[in-house]
Ligand binder design. Structure first.
Ligand code: SAH
Ligand code: SF4
Length: 341
């Protein structure tokens, strides 16, 4: 605002109007003088990711295919976000990159490769679109999870800028304890996050009980093996009532035995940890979903050893909105035909 000859506090007013009041039209920013509103309407634009397509699941989950970077001179990309309504809250799952370079064997997003990093605006924009689009039915609590496409800690600066706006009480005002960032285990990123004053909960995709196993499904493990990863976790300065969440995708016959469970207990010794077991969601990949009874037995072993452990069945499986299924098979077609529901 200063740069265009306006008082600096107008910037804070616009910030508040966009992020706290979610007004995306300058004409509606009644806290600004009329002349400035007109000037901004002429010289500036507020743009949210474009909804290319909505997929509605029978369980209420909505998967959004979103178009970003569609202005001239930008690099267009198609990404996904997922809206999950629950009884007293909603959870919004957002992407941090278009595609992903990490190449985990069980994840469909990996098959896309990395198209590009998302900007802070494109990351925040996904939350704003989901909130706007479900405006009428919003519940008192909103959770944000950075578990869509991409590895958040490989796009660190944009992700942190986005989080500062999302978690700012004067911005989108999500409570930090209601936000979670999930990483495949990028150790330098975890060490950086540990220094941040405001930060989301940290979730680590463990997914295996030994290096040998993890090497096979997560090539990133060769760079940051379990010992280094868990050392960074042990050093992570947890606050009172804060936990590290370990996600464990269960692959039938691969990492789902009681011995695996006992090894996981040992790996997590001395870490204030919770574990989420995620039965693998099928894609067009040569892997198996685990048997229910194996998942429950695995959970029993952890709980008996004092590690809190939950089974998380992904939502929205009928519309490919579940963990690891965000990969736009038909979205490319939808974009080219310009279809929009
Ligand atoms: N890139 C980050 C965040 C996105 S993935 C990460 O890997 O942590 C979010 C979670 O979905 C991760 O825990 C990942 O292990 C899990 N996941 C990926 N593919 C899956 C699949 N097909 N079924 C179940 N979970 C999957
Ligand atoms: Fe990337 Fe996460 Fe999928 Fe691995 S699981 S390929 S890090 S999105």
């Amino acid at each position: 605002m200063q740069a265009i000859g306006e008082p600096a506090y107008r910037g804070a007013q616009i910030y508040h109007a966009i992020y706290a009041e979610r007004r995306f039209d300058f004409a509606e920013m009644s806290n600004l003088p009329a002349a400035l509103r007109e000037r901004l309407a002429r010289e500036a634009a507020i743009e949210l990711p474009r909804i290319v397509r909505r997929h509605m699941s029978s369980d209420g989950t909505v998967r959004y295919v979103l178009g970003v970077g569609e202005r001239e001179g930008e690099k267009p990309a198609t990404i996904e976000a997922v809206f999950m309504p629950e009884e007293n809250r909603q959870t919004i799952c957002i992407s941090t990159q278009a595609g992903c370079a990490v190449d985990c064997r069980f994840c469909l997003t990996a098959t896309l490769g990395l198209m590009r990093n998302l900007s802070a605006g494109e990351i925040v924009g996904q939350v704003l679109v989901a909130l706007e689009d479900n405006h009428a039915g919003l519940k008192p609590q909103t959770n944000i999870v950075l578990m869509g496409q991409g590895e958040p800690l490989l796009n660190y600066d944009a992700v942190m800028s986005a989080l500062r706006i999302l978690l700012d009480p004067n911005g989108v005002a999500i409570a930090p304890r209601h936000a979670a960032l999930s990483t495949s285990g990028i150790v330098p990123g975890i060490e950086r996050l540990a220094q941040e004053k405001v930060r989301p909960n940290l979730a680590i995709s463990l997914n295996a009980s030994s290096d040998e196993q993890r090497d096979q499904i997560m090539p990133i493990n060769r760079k940051y093996p379990l010992e280094k990863l868990l050392e960074a976790c042990r050093k992570y300065p947890l606050r009172p009532r804060e936990w590290l969440l370990f996600e464990y995708v269960m692959l039938g016959g691969f990492n789902d035995s009681p011995e695996d469970a006992r090894r996981v207990v040992k790996l997590l010794a001395n870490i204030r940890a919770k574990v989420n077991l995620i039965p693998w969601n099928p894609g067009d990949l040569p892997l198996k979903r685990p048997e229910r009874q194996r998942v429950e037995e695995f959970q029993r072993v952890l709980i008996e050893k004092g590690v809190p452990c939950f089974i998380r069945d992904s939502r929205g499986q009928d519309v490919m909105a579940a963990c690891g299924q965000l990969a736009l098979a038909e979205a490319a077609a939808a974009t080219s035909s310009g279809a929009s529901l």
